[in-house]
Ligand binder design. Structure first.
Ligand code: AMP
Length: 398
């Protein structure tokens, strides 16, 4: 593979896989353009070198044929604005004559956006012939779509083989994501704490199992903590519990002990008499929650307990909130953890926040620029930390 920043795109047509899977309202207006913004530096570098950029993306989940509501056309004007007025052409089809002709005529400094890749079912199937047709459009392949790096699709993985190693590379966004993930996983400064929260144990078993091989400490918060509490004989009232995962929770605790990994569960909880923003609240030890009450956030002692672990760590990975942070009464735990991570980062720790809801939380509480890296790829990041090889990364590295 080639390094993006070292590559000179002068005179080249760069075929760039971006993640422009942005939400559109019923007037086809973009309601959140973060994914587009994230890849602008990559496009700008190609253009300023004297190259042109051919962008390909998916949008939504079309059923395998063209559907107006999933067209990328409404993005053209905004993309041009984000690039400072650069001309952006659009091809109504991602392959075929029009795409090939427009790509051919593209001049340095110009951009072509191709229509939704998923209008072809071949995209998600990872079809080789389809990938080859796409590959013909560009001289060099750049993957900047970390959010789909865990999918072995035609445009994210299969396509790379049609480019020589020095003509395929990560874009700046993807480069940052991969470097941060690798720093946590392979270049780990100890102590390493993984903070895992969110609703369900079942979603996080693989990541916890993999982290048991690497972490010094694992903090478990959020709704999933109560399955662990109950498995150990605790009373959890109406708190979230996955009855069919009680044994899994015990097994994880046993494995952690054998591997000398310290698992931290919240000693106390903020409890509520119903799942409601205006519920009556109180606090209780997390293993003796009264009947009719449920744990919706970690308590003050747990905040201190977890913050102390975070403060002494040199590497921090955070995936999943500590409580129902969407409701004001239950956001204190998540906020406190974000604050502790920011503090540790300021003192030199490397911190990576990955996974939809913890990312939303750091953004909401204003901590995004106080941690080392905020990942844009929820599912991809999770699979990376589950120890899986991501096809989008492997294909570039070759
Ligand atoms: P996940 O997608 O698995 O990371 O879960 C995130 C969701 O878990 C958020 O919407 C939180 O509101 C929810 N959550 C966190 N803690 C709790 C809890 N104690 N009880 C119920 N839901 C929770």
């Amino acid at each position: 593979m080639s390094k993006f920043s070292d590559h000179n795109f002068k005179g080249e047509k760069a075929l760039v896989r971006v993640d422009f899977n942005v939400p559109l309202n019923d007037k086809f207006e973009i309601t959140d353009d973060n994914r587009m913004r994230a890849t602008i530096p990559t496009i700008k570098k190609i253009l300023s070198d004297g190259g042109s950029a051919i962008l390909m993306s998916h949008l939504g989940r079309p059923k395998g044929g063209p559907e107006e509501k999933f067209s990328l056309k409404p993005l053209v004007k905004h993309l041009s604005d984000l690039l400072g007025g650069v001309p952006v052409f659009f091809a109504n089809d991602c392959i075929g004559e029009q795409a090939a002709m427009t790509a051919n005529m593209l001049r340095p400094g110009e951009v072509l956006l191709l229509e939704n890749l998923r209008f072809y079912k071949e995209e998600e199937k990872g079809d080789e012939a389809f990938a080859q047709k796409l590959a013909k459009l560009g001289d060099v392949y750049v993957n900047d779509a970390f959010g789909t790096a865990h999918r072995a699709h035609a445009s994210t993985a299969v396509i790379a083989k049609f480019f020589a190693p020095d003509k395929r590379m990560f874009g700046l966004l993807m480069e940052g994501e991969v470097a941060s993930a690798e720093k946590v996983m392979h270049d780990t400064q100890k102590p390493f704490v993984a903070i895992i929260g969110g609703a369900k144990v079942s979603d996080k078993i693989l990541i916890i199992e993999n982290l048991l091989e690497r972490a010094t400490d694992i903090i478990i918060g959020g709704g999933m903590a109560y399955t662990f509490m109950k498995a150990q004989g605790g009373k959890i009232g109406n708190s979230l519990c996955e009855e069919d995962r009680l044994q899994t929770a015990l097994d994880l605790l046993k494995k952690a002990e054998a591997k000398n990994v310290c698992i931290h569960l919240p000693s106390d909880s903020v409890i509520a008499d119903k799942f409601d923003a205006n519920a009556n609240t109180s606090t209780a030890p997390s293993n003796s929650i009264p009947d009719g009450w449920m744990g919706l956030d970690i308590g003050e002692n747990a905040c201190e307990q977890f913050s102390n672990v975070i403060k002494k760590s040199k590497t921090i990975l955070w995936n999943g909130p500590m409580g129902v942070f969407e409701m004001q009464k239950f956001q204190h735990g998540t906020k406190t953890i974000a604050e502790a991570i920011a503090g540790a980062t300021q003192k030199g720790a490397f911190s990576l926040v990955g996974g939809g809801d913890s990312v939303a939380a750091v953004n909401q509480f204003g901590f995004a620029d106080k941690v080392s890296y905020v990942s844009t790829g929820g599912g991809a990041m999770l699979e990376y930390f589950e120890g899986k090889e991501l096809p989008g990364i492997a294909a570039i590295k070759g």
